[in-house]
Design a protein around this ligand. Structure first.
Ligand code: ANZ
Ligand code: ZN
Length: 817
């Protein structure tokens, strides 16, 4: 009797895969097999792998191993996103260098990945904190700089007081730091930006190539980009030469503007403020500085503001509108100033009611007067109180008013985006130094390509503690250099790049990870790209996924890649939770992946992950049973071992038991379709059914030596190899094959064996079942209708010709008498 010993199988087959280099992609140009590129979002090396990794990598591995079985040339690489704050915080705490913590964790994770049996091509491994990698971040920065896509500007930025660094807009979640949860504040700083706004339209338009992405992620990106159409309208300011422009999506309501608001924190507020009122504005501003944008925009927030003692002139009717400063207008959006139309915009109305400003209806909607109800009417209607616009619809009025504004040179049609440029600079150590030298005479001078990489100075421990300026600034020898242009004394930029730069192009580096003449070999990328399937968490919906789309488009414009979207298909896995809740230290409900593997074996853990439900769904570890998975695998193992012991490879399955053969071929047919549509849990259920059928054939049917049993066991081994590779390898070897099942060949269902002799067709009359017919599964609709109407049982309920017959061949006929 054969015992199933998962740990022994793991050691044996892990060693065999390494020896065979079983998962290496072939980069030769003349390899004619279809190329497939599968990528999991690379891990951050914080400690060992966790349950979430266990899930996502198991999911992706099914796809990779399926492609391998089909005979594709598969690229499935792994690397580490190894720059970042946690390494730096650990280093400060232990008075060490961030590299020590980082690379030790990478080794731990690499060992765990190997044990977990993921089919990685290890020869392509990369770490973004290696100078060989980040050198190319700097090279790319130089290209962006040349193209005007990297620039420095001063302005209000998001500042995390805890991490003591700036954050990109994308890293501020509900007013808090995405990493540490601290409330984000605003600070005035000069920083580097990538000009992602130049690509806003293409980032939107190219979404029609992304049919293989979850709709939810596309919606989030669309909202993040936030395109709207409207008009820029110029208002003259009394006593000032320069007019002020506002952006509005409702230029049709221009006659309803009764006041004018500028963002309290914008420099414009100060400029427009009557000097006597300046102390009041200053006091108000310090109050506003404490608020996040989310709080400022909240509709239920009590409106606040100060009158600036100035008037703006409505370009269409010459009316003078009082100018206010308020927090509900944001400095970083549109032009940081608005025309307020209280009748048709709720926030303007709240403000008008609070400060006793006039409300004038200009769109007749049929609803009650907003000035009385306090409820603005933003909807469609007919224009009133609007001179030449009276009687027009909203759409007509927008077109007309834009013509008027054009004629008077007081405005024009405009498109606005919520998307801001990508703030790149970080005042932290463990990242890619920005390759710029500041020269008092030449300005910003890029470090010449041949001098890259600019490597990090050797700082550790206390020297890395956050001080509000980059730790690199304290490395004076590193900072002070000669200007590459004039040779005079100059200083390096001391900020490092946002680590999202690293992950914006790593998928290209994998195509030629050791290439030294550029970030990647253009020819190899042409062969492998774009990524056929990307797998990772939805927390990256607007960060990583938007940035890498942007990078790909820039590289396309540089002629370096021939596609414009990096990820053809995207799968977001669910989360692994426990007892219905996310795992956390405070709840004490954490489950350790390593422990699960020690207890049940890799295969049982992988099977449990994949059998729990569709990959997009959360897995509640309290509701699944790795013990039951292990028992199933022991059963499957015995079927393969017994079949292997009873017969030799190469026997003709046609001589085998027909019933079992039909079960096997139906399983092959269904599993193939289920794997291709990513219904892995259902596919596993079919494999379990096949195991049961084979067991029955061994025990109570034709016996283990029957060729049909061998056929079933061989198909089972290959199908299982996607999910539980260790037991599948061992079974395959017991069945007389080798040296590995990895490219063993996906079984093909014989159509002749898929035909069922007959299926039962239900015949209903007026919704009630009146007869059951045994029919051929391939019966035509016409034949089936004829057969049903000929039935005695059916005719008993029919009084002449039926009114309607609905036929769903071969299973249902519905007759309406
Ligand atoms: C007048 C108006 C009348 C507006 C009306 C709306 C309704 P989206 O669609 O998000 O682009 N707005 C413009 N700049 C702003 C800023 N910096 N801070 C806060 N609000 C600002 O929104 C555009 C609308 O948001 C603009 O259209 C403007 O208000 C406001 F019945 O102008 B509207
Ligand atoms: Zn110089």
């Amino acid at each position: 009797d054969e015992q199933y010993d998962p740990q022994a199988l793991q050691e044996k087959w892990q060693a065999r895969w390494e020896e065979l280099d079983a998962f290496r992609a072939n980069e030769d140009a003349d390899d004619a097999r279809p190329r497939k590129y599968l990528l999991d979002m690379f891990p951050y090396p914080s400690g060992d792998l966790h349950m979430g990794h266990g899930e996502v990598f198991a999911i992706a591995d099914v796809v990779a191993r399926y492609w391998l079985q089909r005979g594709d040339n598969v690229l499935h690489p792994i690397g580490w996103d190894s720059f970042g704050l946690p390494a730096e915080n650990a280093a400060i705490k232990r008075n060490a260098h961030p590299a020590e913590w980082t690379y030790a964790n990478i080794e731990t994770q690499a060992t765990s990945f190997k044990r977990y049996g993921i089919s990685f091509d290890w020869s392509r491994r990369l770490h973004t904190s290696d100078p060989e990698y980040y050198r190319w971040n700097q090279w790319l920065f130089n290209r962006f700089f040349e193209r005007g896509l990297a620039y420095r500007k001063g302005g209000l930025v998001n500042w995390c007081p805890k991490d003591q660094t700036v954050l990109a807009n994308e890293q501020v979640v509900a007013g808090r730091c995405e990493r540490c949860g601290a409330d984000v504040v605003r600070r005035e700083l000069t920083q580097w930006y990538f000009k992602i706004t130049d690509y806003a339209d293409r980032l939107l338009q190219d979404m029609d190539q992304l049919g293989g992405w979850p709709e939810r992620i596309l919606t989030m990106q669309r909202n993040w980009i936030g395109r709207s159409e409207g008009a820029d309208v110029r208002f003259a300011i009394e006593g000032r030469d320069e007019p002020v422009t506002v952006y509005t999506t409702r230029p049709d309501t221009l006659y309803g503007a009764t006041f004018f608001v500028v963002a309290a924190d914008a420099p414009l507020a100060e400029e427009l403020c009557d000097p006597e009122r300046l102390p009041e504005l200053t006091a108000y501003r310090s109050q506003v500085a404490k608020l996040t944008d989310i709080e400022r925009l909240a509709t239920d927030k009590e409106k606040t503001g100060v009158f600036l003692g100035r008037y703006a002139v409505n370009p269409v009717n010459g009316e003078c509108l009082p100018v206010w400063a308020a927090d509900y207008v944001l400095s970083g959006y549109g032009h940081g100033a608005i025309m307020a139309v209280p009748a048709h915009d709720q926030r303007d109305l709240d403000f008008a009611l609070k400060f006793d400003l006039p409300v004038r209806v200009v769109v007749h909607t049929g609803l009650a007067d907003p000035g009385e109800t306090g409820v603005a009417t933003p909807g469609e209607g007919t224009l009133v109180n609007s001179g030449p616009l009276d009687g027009l619809s909203k759409t007509e009025a927008i077109a007309r008013i834009i013509e008027v504004l054009d004629e008077r040179d007081a405005g024009r049609a405009a498109v606005n985006y919520r998307l801001r440029d990508w703030l790149l600079s970080r005042q932290r150590f463990w990242g890619t130094p920005i390759p710029i030298i500041h020269c008092p005479d030449c300005g910003e001078v890029p470090v010449p390509d041949e001098q890259l990489p600019v490597t990090l100075p050797d700082l550790r421990g206390e020297a890395l503690a956050p001080k509000g300026v980059s730790p690199l600034a304290s490395a004076t020898e590193w900072v002070n250099v000669e200007c590459p242009k004039c040779g005079g004394p100059a200083q390096r930029d001391t900020d490092t790049m946002d680590t999202f730069v690293d992950s914006s192009w790593y998928y290209l580096r994998y195509c030629s990870p050791h290439y030294e003449d550029g970030p990647f070999d253009v020819e190899q990328v042409r062969r492998w790209g774009p990524i056929d399937q990307y797998v990772g968490g939805s927390e990256h919906a607007v960060l990583h996924l938007l940035y890498s789309r942007f990078f790909t488009k820039v590289l396309h414009d540089m002629g370096m890649v021939d596609f414009t979207e990096p990820f053809v298909r995207l799968l977001n896995q669910g989360e692994v939770i426990n007892q219905g809740k996310g795992m956390s230290k405070s709840l004490g409900n954490g489950v350790d992946l390593g422990e699960q593997i020690d207890n049940f074996g890799v295969d049982a853990v992988r099977l449990t992950m994949l059998f729990a439900g569709p990959p997009e769904d959360d897995i509640d570890w309290a509701a699944v049973s790795p013990g039951a998975s292990q028992k199933f695998l022991a059963r499957a193992f015995r079927v393969m071992a017994e079949a292997g012991a009873a017969s030799a490879p190469g026997v003709d399955p046609a001589a085998g038991d027909l019933e079992l053969r039909k079960v096997t071929h139906r399983a092959i047919d269904e599993v193939t379709r289920l794997i291709e549509s990513y219904h892995f849990n259902v596919a596993i259920a079919r494999m379990m059914e096949l195991t049961t059928a084979a067991r029955r054939a061994i025990d109570a049917g034709p016996g283990a030596a029957d060729p049909a049993v061998r056929e079933a066991a061989e198909a089972l081994a290959v199908m299982l190899s996607l999910v539980t590779p260790y037991v599948a390898e061992e079974g395959w070897e017991r069945l007389g094959h080798g040296p590995t099942i990895v490219r063993g060949g996906w079984p093909v269902a014989d159509p002749a064996l898929l035909v069922r002799e007959s299926v039962t067709c239900v015949v209903q009359v007026a919704g009630k079942v009146r007869d059951r017919l045994e029919v051929a599964p391939t019966i035509s609709e016409a034949d089936l209708q004829e057969l049903a109407l000929a039935s005695e049982k059916v005719r008993a309920y029919l009084d002449g010709a039926p009114r309607k017959v609905i036929v769903r061949a071969p299973k249902l006929v519905n007759i309406v008498p």
